[in-house]
Design a protein around this ligand. Sequence first.
Ligand SMILES: [Zn+2]
Length: 106
Amino acid sequence: MMCRYCNHPIAESRGPSARYCSPAHRRKAQRQRNIESGHLTVAELSVLSMHSAGLTKPEIAQELGISAHTVREHADNARAKLGASTIAHAVAICYQHGLFRTYLAA
Ligand SMILES: [Zn+2]
């Protein structure tokens, strides 16, 4: 079997059903798919964008008319979809891939 991300052989120790050579490549492939499919919702991108502008959770909640709990959920969902380790990492990925520009253009 070849890794679906890098096309290198997958070690047998990864198990017979492994499709990627490493967890990192599984996450990278997932991130790529999510980005390509525009998998993040506008709410998720809005929350990340406002975090990147320095707004706090309560400020974002007030601005969007949602609870601080929901703000956290949106941020956490976006982080997971992007395969990011932190919210700051998720924001960085959005910048790297131009997601704020693409999806939040006024
Ligand atoms: Zn790989």
